[in-house]
Design a protein around this ligand. Sequence first.
Ligand SMILES: NC(=O)c1ccc[n+]([C@@H]2O[C@H](COP(=O)([O-])OP(=O)(O)OC[C@H]3O[C@@H](n4cnc5c(N)ncnc54)[C@H](O)[C@@H]3O)[C@@H](O)[C@H]2O)c1
Length: 346
Amino acid sequence: MGSRMDKVRVALVGSGAIAHRHGYALKQNEFAELTAVVDVNRDNASAFAAKWGGSVYDSLDDCLGEVDAVYVLTPPSVRPDYALAALSSGKHLLCEKPLAASEADARRIATAADEAGTVAVMGLNMRHRRGFDRLRHAVHQGKLGRPYHFWRQRFGSGPGATGTITSKNWRTDPQYVVGMTVESFSHDADLLRWIMQDEIVSVSSIVYGTVPDMPTFDNNAYVLFRLKSGGSATITASWSSRISFNDCGVLGESGTAFLYGSALGNNGIWCSREFHIKTDDDEFETIEMIQDDLDEASYVNETDDFVSAIREGTTPRTTIWDGYETLRVSAAVLESSRIGAPVTLE
Ligand SMILES: NC(=O)c1ccc[n+]([C@@H]2O[C@H](COP(=O)([O-])OP(=O)(O)OC[C@H]3O[C@@H](n4cnc5c(N)ncnc54)[C@H](O)[C@@H]3O)[C@@H](O)[C@H]2O)c1
């Protein structure tokens, strides 16, 4: 922060699937410049740089001197070394979710970010979706009265949906295995905290996988939460449903609101078609057709938010500690299911 820089020069580490969304977003921002691309798979890096720009480097160390910020878009298990290297050189940092593969590693990153004092965010792009933002607005404006229950249900088809692993990647690599509860549940736990403006104090869960050959891989999580305010929440999520289904809502003392709808394909569970609301002041329920598809827009908003925090000192919509907190929740969800009892978060 401090004096306004001309352009924020970015090194991007990990140039796989999600990196293309970030490449597009960086290209849209006139104050950002994609300077360097790093990947253990040089072919991925070269193809990425040819499409979105930047020069390919063999390691992050080789390009740290050329950049102001680092995007770490690798699988979570290898994220800490890159994030810590960026922070210890005084760079701004954007990490994809989940922040790391373990709570201890996530804490190391978040603590290092505090020490560095740079802008450090976790890329929780769902906070930049107009559907979830619409629901959050209704709650925060007090339209529903005191909110006391949050629910979220998303069923769809993910890795291992049919009981076998058909395409190998880091999520199902036997050495690392990152199941749904750590990977995409980070979005759900974060939406709960962000929309309710509340903290999770205990979880009771049932988590399991439907891939017999990979017993450590989970793709279903059914979770009941107690919130600090005294309220409650449920999140039910499956990667093994043949039909996509998605809804998310809030019960308040004087109103109810929810998002509903999905689209075909794996990303359908992150799309909302309709926003419904009815308060005690309304004679009828209102339905807004919001058509919030998961496309590049939320990544563009995320990059704009990050770049403006660096250049103008604005407060970013997410912090690195939000990333730590969601991983802590995922760990508690796994633990509660393992021991068959509620787990308390301090
Ligand atoms: N925000 C979202 O909605 C969203 C969506 C998808 C993925 N993600 C997250 O993004 C991250 C990456 O997921 P993906 O789907 O792009 O995976 P991917 O497998 O498509 O890409 C990962 C890339 O990282 C590279 N890589 C692996 N190990 C590396 C290392 N040690 N050093 C440098 N590069 C390395 C791989 O070669 C590959 O190019 C994950 O944490 C995932 O959870 C977030």
